[in-house]
Design a binder for this molecule. Structure first.
Ligand SMILES: Cc1ncc(COP(=O)(O)O)c(C=O)c1O
Length: 387
């Protein structure tokens, strides 16, 4: 393989995907490894996409998305946050992951570094690495009350080569939420040091209290170095559609036009009509889905609390539970054996970088009955588990 880029060959695969692949051959496995609901996309969204498909929306699209979708995004932000984001600051992208990759391409090159809040979704770190940057991990602290952020730790990691600070709030896998005060302190630092903030808000609707998590959009000015990435995947159960969006500083529309043109040349027109339906008619579904996630959290929290060797880490958002198991250090082996022996799929903490050592993550955006079955299996498995 001497003819390919050495750094790409050396990239580590996502340990989440490794476990997931193992589970493909286990017929009755309950897969809680990925961040994905067990409900399909609601019919009104599918119908809108299907109608658009049959109406002939099968052509190339504007790079930043069809104007109707951008307008729907403007309306969505106005309704949710009371903000007026101008069209020129919005690009619809092929997924949240795609939006992260675009920001990485825009911002980093070899020699740069990116400070990433961890535990974090591994794909973000890889996107930065693929574009030549090194990743500096800034771990949240894990305590009895859950996760907490020491901002000085983040600031101390930044130097003259730091181009981006990445935060996800609510976080994956932690479910940690950034406070407005922390957002303000980060923004002040970013302005002063001319470092970009990449605020990943794909779980913005999946919160225990209220209608949405705090967004950096609420405090950033149009000329601040702030990129907010979002996705249709989670709140609207559209993981397979691969649609997301990014809101970037004023003046960068031509850069995003170019980058999208040379990466994907835009997203599928008929899918974008589905996304418009999600934004404009989706509130009822979002409420239902978030309620279901809250029930999932209640089931999983209660069941984990009753398992003697398990210590769950409290959180208030996203749809993940994280826990440590007494006597378990190799979480990859734990998750692999959980698949083959107990037929439950979870993600090993090792996937999420510093701060996640010795933890396991599971996604509870599932039917409560299924979660009960999964918890029954986990309880039996853990009771006998020895490394
Ligand atoms: C923190 C975070 N950011 C971004 C994404 C990307 O979402 P998608 O590519 O499905 O839009 C995910 C998906 O799991 C995520 O957990």
């Amino acid at each position: 393989m001497g003819f390919i880029r050495e750094d790409i060959a050396a990239l580590e695969d996502s340990p989440i995907v490794e476990v997931w692949r193992m589970g493909a051959s286990v017929p009755d496995v309950i897969g809680m490894w990925a961040g994905e609901p067990d409900v399909p996309t609601p019919p009104f969204i599918c119908e809108a996409a299907s109608k658009a498909l049959f109406e002939g929306h099968t052509f190339y699209t504007p790079n930043r998305g069809i104007p109707e979708l951008r307008q729907a995004l403007i309306d969505y932000h106005r309704n949710l946050y009371g903000l007026d984001i101008p069209d020129r600051r919005i690009a619809a992208t092929q997924s949240g992951m795609g939006a992260v990759m675009l920001v990485a391409q825009l911002m980093v090159q070899p020699g740069d570094n990116v400070v990433v809040l961890t535990p974090g979704w591994p794909n973000i770190m890889r996107a930065m690495q693929i574009n030549g940057a090194t990743v500096r991990e800034a771990p949240l602290a894990r305590g009895n009350d859950g996760w907490s952020l020491d901002l000085d730790r983040v600031f101390d990691l930044c130097d003259a080569h730091t181009r981006v600070i990445y935060t996800a709030s609510p976080g994956n896998p932690t479910g940690w939420e950034m406070s407005r005060e922390q957002g303000e302190a980060l923004l002040e630092f970013a302005r002063r040091r001319n470092i970009a903030l990449l605020s990943d808000e794909v779980y913005h609707r999946i919160v225990d209290d209220g209608n949405a998590a705090f967004s950096m959009l609420e405090i950033a000015r149009a000329d601040d170095p702030v990129f907010v990435v979002n996705s249709f995947s989670k709140a609207w159960a559209m993981t397979g559609w691969r649609l997301g969006w990014v809101i970037y500083p004023d003046g960068l529309a031509p850069q995003f036009e170019k980058l999208i043109q040379f990466n994907t040349s835009g997203s599928q027109a008929f899918l974008q009509y589905g996304a418009i339906a999600a934004l404009s008619q989706g509130e009822e579904f979002v409420q239902y889905f978030v309620g279901r996630c809250r029930r999932g959290r209640a089931v999983v929290s209660e069941r984990l609390a009753a398992m003697p060797r398990i210590r769950a880490i409290p959180n208030s958002a996203s749809f993940y539970a994280m826990f440590a198991v007494e006597g378990v250090r190799d979480t990859m082996a734990f998750c692999q054996r959980a698949v083959t022996e107990a037929h439950i799929g979870m993600a090993p903490g090792i996937a999420f970088g510093k701060g996640a050592e010795g933890t396991v993550r599971l996604c509870y955006a599932k039917a409560p009955e299924l979660l009960h079955t999964a918890m029954d299996r986990l309880a039996t498995f853990v009771a006998d588990y020895r490394e």
